[in-house]
Ligand binder design. Structure first.
Ligand SMILES: NC(=O)c1ccc[n+]([C@@H]2O[C@H](COP(=O)([O-])OP(=O)(O)OC[C@H]3O[C@@H](n4cnc5c(N)ncnc54)[C@H](OP(=O)(O)O)[C@@H]3O)[C@@H](O)[C@H]2O)c1
Length: 338
């Protein structure tokens, strides 16, 4: 176990993809804990597109990470010393750990103790299908999208962490599900392994025609992860009373300035579409119910999950860029300790 605490601090705000100047790796002593605190050895870090939005100039739903501050991130770790009965030694905890080896938790800075029922799951899935990612798919698809039997659902970034779960949930509700993903390998995977009805490769020249062919009866639910041109095309095919679960706009996260305009916006009016943006933190108090149900479906084999694991603390910055190059399948995590 590391005797020092390594951390990546934000050095400068990136323009476009992050580069060697964005973060600085610093080492310092392992923090000492005071009354009411517990020390956590961080073992796994969740790599999320929103990490990139947290280091931009503009506040999002959280304030930007400050220059010099440890990079903010979700992670999973084990309590190794404790002065707080809520966080007993040996317990697994999940929450905002940051890009560092050790973090201190307390009642003011709580992490969620992983329930016993979920402890036997592979650690990477506790950050994926059985963590924040799975909850995003669950509430976004089931409560906002509300797919019904026979309806057509489109999921963008369909082979990614949230998308790969969201599409399967819509299938479980009896919908016809079309995924949009980059490249033939991901498209084959979502159809053959995850049970999507159709897959559209947005990197192919004729992807707009393929989307039209794959949605002959229009689109009733858009689970939107990407934004930009993909979202514009999907909105152009929405049916009357369609729902848009506006989950993410990843195509714009490395851009400076405003996201691309949606020229098909008038379709929302004409077709009485409901579009709802959501931030999963608002559902935090309901994570228990979602994780119970998701765990059940995983254990019954109804819901498949996939992880891309990057090894080594030093690879965290590289891993973040992987999301924007489509180099992950399912949930992207970094293992920083055994
Ligand atoms: N609202 C919330 O609370 C919430 C919570 C979690 C996540 N999200 C959002 O959900 C979306 C998916 O997140 P995730 O964690 O599941 O990540 P992810 O989908 O596992 O990873 C990102 C994927 O997006 C695709 N992508 C990247 N740049 C793209 C572009 N310019 N155009 C089209 N596709 C692109 C890539 O797949 P391809 O190879 O297919 O291009 C990449 O693998 C993100 O927008 C994220 O911000 C929102």
């Amino acid at each position: 176990m590391s005797e020092e605490n390594r951390r990546f601090a934000l050095a400068e705000r990136p323009k476009g993809l992050i580069d060697d100047n964005t973060f600085v790796l610093e080492t310092g002593p392992v923090p000492e804990i005071g009354e009411g605190q517990a020390l956590v050895r961080v073992k796994w870090i969740s790599v999320d597109p929103t990490n990139r939005t947290w280091i931009g100039e503009e506040p999002t739903y959280l304030p930007p990470v400050r220059i010099g501050e440890t990079m903010r991130a979700l992670g999973l770790g084990e309590v190794i010393a404790s002065n707080n009965d809520r966080f007993p030694v040996g317990s697994l905890v999940n929450g905002l750990t940051g890009w560092q080896d050790y973090t201190v938790v307390s009642d003011d800075n709580p992490l969620m103790v992983v329930p016993d029922a979920a402890k036997s799951a592979p650690p990477a899935t506790l950050l994926g299908v059985l963590g924040m990612t799975g909850c995003t798919a669950y509430f976004g698809m089931l409560e906002i999208g509300q797919p019904k039997e026979g309806e057509t659902v489109v999921v963008s970034a369909a082979a990614g962490a949230v998308g790969s779960v969201a599409g399967q949930l819509a299938k479980m509700k009896g919908a016809r599900v079309v995924g949009i993903a980059g490249g033939p390998e991901k498209c084959a995977w979502i159809k053959e392994e995850l049970g999507y009805d159709e897959a559209v490769d947005y990197k192919a020249d004729d992807w707009k025609r393929r989307l039209a062919e794959a949605t002959p009866d229009g689109i009733d639910v858009d689970f939107e992860n990407v934004g930009g041109e993909i979202m514009n095309e999907v909105i152009g095919r929405l049916n009357i009373n369609a729902r848009v679960a506006l989950c993410g706009l990843i195509s714009g996260y490395n851009e400076t300035g405003r996201p691309q305009a949606i020229t098909n916006f008038h379709k929302l009016l004409i077709n009485r579409v409901t579009m709802k943006g959501f931030i999963i933190l608002d559902y935090y108090h309901r994570f228990g119910e979602a994780i119970r149900e998701l765990s059940q479906w995983v254990s019954e084999g109804k819901l498949k999950s996939e992880q891309t694991v990057v090894e080594g603390f030093e690879n965290l910055p590289h891993a973040l860029n992987m999301l924007f190059k489509g180099e992950n399948k399912g949930k992207l995590v970094v293992r920083i300790a055994d």
